[in-house]
Design a protein around this ligand. Structure first.
Ligand SMILES: [Mg+2]
Length: 166
């Protein structure tokens, strides 16, 4: 086993999927490895770029697999998205599966006034209708920033079909 000096290390960032577990199976030895990090006095945080499941969903799975982890130790892509939404006081359209929506509880979504779109791994949301709605909202935002004439074709066609220049 490789050894190293941990004196200067304050925090260890641990990936979840493929590192601690693969789907519903713990990676052999990973619980013991985590315990050794804790015994060594290192702060441990768990990071993941998954967008299909909330922090609570992940925590439940990890705890069932025997990992002693607190929810406050997990930081996911959804955590980052929520923090950005709160910082910018945005009103998002959330294209997320139900398993992920929990991480956005309390985020106000005013019907008809969204100003950003959060897109996660959400196959059930990837319909033409939903994506077209999100795209139209995006184009409306661009109209504020750009000259209207630049985007004229979007208004005329009313869809995400590309404009044909004559
Ligand atoms: Mg991974």
């Amino acid at each position: 086993m490789m050894s190293c000096n941990l004196d200067n290390i304050k925090v260890v960032l641990v990936d979840l999927s493929g590192t601690l577990h693969i789907d519903k199976i713990a990676v052999p030895g990973s619980q013991a490895a985590l315990q050794r990090l804790r015994v060594a006095g290192l702060k441990v945080r768990f990071v993941t770029n998954t967008t299909k499941e909330s922090k609570g969903f992940l925590l439940n799975r990890l705890n069932k697999l025997g990992f002693a982890i607190e929810g406050s130790e997990i930081f996911s892509s959804l955590t980052a998205a929520r923090q950005l939404i709160e910082k910018k006081k945005s009103n998002p359209i959330l294209l997320l599966e139900n398993e992920a929506l929990e991480d956005f509880k309390g985020i106000p979504t005013k019907e008809g006034q969204p100003n950003c779109v959060v897109i996660g791994l959400a196959p059930s949301m990837f319909t033409y209708e939903v994506l077209n709605t999100a795209f139209r909202m995006f184009v409306m935002m661009l109209k504020v920033l750009l000259k209207l004439g630049f985007l004229r074709f979007w208004s005329r066609l009313g869809s995400i079909a590309p404009a044909m220049k004559k």
